[in-house]
Each structure stands twice: as structure tokens, then as C-alpha cells.
Design a protein around this ligand. Structure first.
Ligand SMILES: *[C@@H]1O[C@H](CO)[C@@H](O)[C@H](O)[C@H]1NC(C)=O
Ligand SMILES: *[C@@H]1O[C@H](CO)[C@@H](O)[C@H](O)[C@H]1NC(C)=O
Ligand SMILES: *[C@@H]1O[C@H](CO)[C@@H](O)[C@H](O)[C@H]1NC(C)=O
Length: 499
């Protein structure tokens, strides 16, 4: 066997290990049978979050070794980030695994030994008098749950899009009580990041996302090293190559692209030249036009960027001396302002005895908590907690931490959502490369947008599209045959015969 053949075989075996199980939407870029061995193509990856790192790993495993990762902050992980509160690691960004099965994030947690617990989603719901209204809320939950299934079915045959709020009404969820709104908000707003009137019903994808992975169990990361450790371990595999560079604290300002190359300027005056680049900037950064593209992005792409939705979201972790709240995983307070001080995760379930509450806020409330002083926010939360627990002595938290994504210039928000009437064609434009510049990030996935696994899959796709382009420009007469059996790429012996 020649070295060339060996390299080919190794390339495909490595590739097979990263194919997500049961993923039916694989690209056929490897079908050309071309060797990626010894490619000297230089690829720039802009951003070291889940999308950038999965792109880097896909390229690396396929034989691309000249990879330069450029990251604006002083760390890898992007919106997967933790900090410490009272000796516990708390996740400021992503912290759930949405579905086991072929979910690549789930697979990473298993491969790298990241600790998780089941989220059994039990809750206590209280009204503004502090009464336990969980039984009523359970009924409403069942109703919303079945309507989501009806909307999913209906949308398969009804072509036009409509808002999620409209869909709820159409399928007869018409309650406007504090409890009704709190239940709707917990199931939908808290998940999508926006009130249901702002979200598409057709592309909600709540059920479809789980179906794609073949599993709908939820896991919460409770690893002492943080959720980001899965990305750190993966990055070590890529960074082991001498030709791979990671440039931290390096802020991209300008991108010049054409159909042969990409040139990137950074704020410290450096210039990076690549044959290709993959951008993984947050949609918020693209929407606020923080990067100068030359030539300007084409109209359809610019329009898609500007009209897709980007969520404002905040986590506030509150450390108390003692736990006064209900011992279910979720504590939902049916406040009079939708979503304000309403969605609490009882962190005693994640870290027993921690006496930490996690409050999630979205949309205008998330922006409000970042605009006013922390003292004012904590005072407001205390007022709510005391109202909903009138029989308890509720003292101020001894410590707290705010996530602060929404005005951070490198994120400008939390994750993306699908507004009504944004079309699949718009989504294609959002993802489409321009010249040798490719786009990845949590927003760049038609099914799994808004999630870490969406970011991961978008990175794999951008890398595959890039490799397809590279292969088309380096054609050979070779062919190979492969099939996917149980989610693993199997290469037939034909390749070896041809060598
Ligand atoms: C609240 O109500 C639910 C449903 O009736 C019940 O299972 C739960 O134990 C109650 N919680 C408290 C703290 O009373
Ligand atoms: C979506 O577009 C259709 C056709 O242009 C329009 O009739 C409808 O009102 C729009 N729906 C929303 C929720 O904007
Ligand atoms: C595929 O998976 C099924 C069920 O787990 C198993 O019975 C079968 O042997 C597998 N096939 C191959 C070729 O591994």
C-alpha cells in the first residue's frame, strides 16, 4: 500500500468517527474520492465557539492542517461560558443538552466524560398571593403541549407562516390570566427567548428538533469544569497540529473576500490571509454591522441577516444563605409582567445544598436588567420573591452574578429565533457562502437554530461545503464507494483496489 492510499484510508476512518448518528442530511463531498492529504489550503476560522471549533475539527480530521483560529475574547467557548459563585461553577450561557440520541453535543458529553443530570422538568407554580396553583398550571401545560403538536402537524400542510401567538389562539388557547400567561411563557418564551407573538409557528421546530435526534430527554450540565470543557477538550485535538494557530484577544474589523481567497484585518493592525474563511460571529454582531465586508454582502444575504431574529436573554444566579423556595426543578412565579422575575431554576437540584436560584429573563426584561444598576434589579427580584413567598423570611442574597450578553460588543444578544414570515429561502441566504467566505454559528441552521448543537452542526456543514469547493477545484479521476450504516460511514474495499 502506498502512503497515498494509507492517508486516504486514515482520512475516511477519522471522518467516520465524527459523523453524527442517523443524520440523513449528509453532504456528499467525499464522494469524489479526492485525497485531501497534503492540501496546503489555508483556512481562517473567525470565532472559537462551538461552530468555529466543530468546523476546525471537521477540516482537521479530513486532512486540512493549516488552520488559523481568530477569537476576539481571551477564551474559547463563545456563548458557552461559566463563572464561579460561592464555590459552584454556574453557566452564564448554554447549560442544557436538548436530546440524546444523535445530538452531537450529547455525544461530546459522553465522549469527553462531561457530567450531566436529567432534567425531569417538575415544577411548582405560584400565583401573586403565593398560592400553590401547580394543579391548574398542569392542566394548562397539557393544553399548550398538545397545541404545539397540532401546530407542528398543521404547518406541514399549511403553506403560509403565522405567529406562534396566532397558532395558540387558533387551536384554542385563549387564556389571558397571570397563570395562563406564565404557563405559555414557561413552555414557549423561556425556550424560544421571545414572546410568542414574535415567533414563527411554522418554524418553531420544537418537536422536529427532538425527532431529528431520535430522543427528547433534557440534560443539565453539572460538570465542575463547566459545560465549556467539552469544547476545550475538542480544541486540544485540533490545536495539537503544529500548523494550527489559535489567536486570542484578536478582534476582526474587516473582511475582504472573493472567489479565490479571504483577507482578514484585525484591530491590532495584523492581516491574516487565507484561501478560505469561516465566520462564526454572532447574529447580533452581523446585524449591528460591526464588521466591514468588502465587497458589501449581497442584498439577499444582508436582508436575511437583518430580518432573522436575535434574542436578548439574561441569567441571574442568586446565592442565598438558606433555601426558602419550592424543591422542584423549576419554580414559576405568575408575575403580572410577562416573563419578569418569573422563571426560576432551583440550583439545589443541580448542586445539592448550593442554595442558588437561577432567574432567567428574556426580551425587554433581559435588556432592562443590563441597563439599570444591579442593586435596582436585585431589589425588584426581592420584592417579587417576598410577594410570592409571604409566609417565609426572605433575606437578600449573599452574592449574585449576572450573565450580560446583550450589550457585550462580541455577542450583542444571546441566540437567534425565527420571526413569522422569515422563509426557508431567507434561511438559505443566511447560510450561503459569499466567494470563499462561509457562514456558521447557532443562527445558521434551518432546524436546530438557537442551540449549541445547531452551532456545532453549522460548523460541520460550513467545513463540508468548503471542502466540496476545494475538491471541485482539485478533481481527480478516482472514485470511491461508501455507505452509511447505523450512522457510521463505511468505506468499501473498492478504494484500496484503485490505489
Ligand atoms: C403544590 O401543588 C402540587 C399539585 O397539587 C403538589 O403536588 C405539591 O406538593 C404542592 N407543593 C407544595 C409545596 O405544597
Ligand atoms: C405573512 O405573509 C403573508 C403574505 O405576505 C401575509 O398575508 C401575512 O399577514 C404575514 N403574516 C405575518 C404574521 O406577518
Ligand atoms: C445496526 O444496528 C442494529 C440495531 O442496533 C444491529 O442489529 C445491526 O447489527 C447493526 N448493523 C451493523 C452493520 O452494524
Amino acid at each position: 500500500m502506498t502512503r497515498r492510499c494509507l492517508a486516504f484510508a486514515v482520512w475516511l476512518v477519522l471522518l467516520s468517527t465524527i459523523l453524527p448518528e442517523g443524520n440523513a442530511r449528509r453532504r456528499n463531498w467525499y464522494e469524489s474520492g479526492e485525497l485531501v492529504e497534503n492540501t496546503d489550503a489555508k483556512v481562517l476560522i473567525l470565532g472559537a465557539g462551538a461552530a468555529g471549533l466543530s468546523a476546525a475539527k471537521t477540516l482537521y480530521d479530513a486532512g486540512f492542517k493549516h488552520i488559523t483560529i481568530i477569537e476576539a475574547t481571551d477564551r474559547i467557548g463563545g456563548r458557552v461560558k461559566n463563572t464561579e459563585l460561592a464555590g459552584y461553577p454556574v453557566e452564564l450561557g448554554a447549560m442544557w443538552v436538548y436530546g440524546k440520541g444523535s445530538n452531537p453535543v450529547y455525544r461530546m458529553t459522553r465522549r469527553y466524560g462531561i457530567s450531566t443530570i436529567y432534567d425531569n422538568t417538575d415544577w411548582t407554580v405560584r400565583d401573586v398571593e403565593g398560592r400553590n396553583v401547580t394543579a391548574r398550571a398542569d392542566n394548562l401545560y397539557d393544553k399548550v403541549d398538545s397545541i404545539i403538536k397540532e401546530i407542528s402537524q398543521f404547518s406541514k400542510t399549511y403553506e403560509q407562516d403565522y405567529s406562534l401567538a396566532g397558532g395558540l389562539r387558533y387551536f384554542d388557547y385563549r387564556t389571558n390570566t397571570d397563570i395562563g400567561v406564565a404557563v405559555e411563557g414557561t413552555i414557549l418564551d423561556f425556550e424560544t427567548g421571545v414572546p410568542s407573538k414574535a415567533h414563527s409557528a411554522k418554524y418553531l421546530n420544537m418537536i422536529e428538533g427532538f425527532e431529528d435526534f431520535g430522543n427528547n430527554e433534557l440534560l443539565i450540565c453539572n460538570d465542575r469544569r463547566g459545560f465549556v470543557s467539552m469544547l476545550e477538550i475538542m480544541s486540544e485535538e485540533v490545536l495539537a497540529s503544529a500548523d494550527t494557530q489559535l489567536n486570542l484577544d484578536t478582534v476582526v474589523t474587516d473582511i475582504k473576500y472573493d472567489s479565490d481567497s479571504v483577507r482578514v484585518d484585525t484591530s491590532d493592525g495584523r492581516v491574516f490571509d487565507g484561501d478560505y474563511a469561516i465566520t462564526t460571529f454572532s447574529l447580533g454582531v452581523l446585524q449591528k454591522d460591526k464588521i466591514s465586508f468588502r465587497p458589501s454582502l449581497p442584498f439577499a444575504k444582508r436582508f436575511a441577516i437583518d430580518t432573522f431574529g436575535f434574542v436578548s436573554f439574561s441569567h441571574i444566579f442568586l446565592k442565598f444563605d438558606y433555601g426558602f423556595w419550592d424543591d422542584t426543578t423549576y419554580v414559576i412565579l405568575a408575575t403580572t409582567i410577562r416573563g419578569r422575575n418569573s422563571f426560576f431554576l432551583n440550583m439545589n437540584v443541580v448542586y445539592p445544598g448550593s442554595n442558588i436560584l437561577l432567574l432567567s429573563l428574556l426580551d425587554v426584561s433581559a435588556e432592562w436588567v443590563e441597563r439599570v444598576g444591579e442593586g435596582e434589579v436585585i431589589g425588584n427580584i426581592m420584592e417579587t420573591l417576598r410577594k410570592f413567598y409571604p409566609d417565609q423570611y426572605v433575606d437578600y442574597p449573599v452574592d449574585y452574578v449576572f450573565s450580560r450578553w446583550n450589550f457585550d460588543p462580541f455577542y450583542l444578544g444571546a441566540w437567534s429565533y425565527w420571526p413569522p414570515n422569515f422563509t426557508l429561502e431567507d434561511m438559505e441566504q443566511l447560510i450561503a457562502p459569499v466567494g470563499h467566505l462561509y457562514f456558521a454559528g447557532e443562527y445558521a441552521h434551518e432546524l436546530h437554530y438557537g442551540f449549541v448543537h445547531g452551532a456545532y452542526l453549522s460548523g460541520v456543514r460550513a467545513a463540508e461545503d468548503l471542502m466540496t469547493d476545494w475538491l471541485e477545484n482539485h478533481k481527480s479521476e478516482k472514485e470511491c464507494y461508501e455507505q452509511i450504516v447505523n450512522g457510521t460511514l463505511i468505506v468499501t474495499a473498492t478504494i484500496m483496489e484503485m490505489c
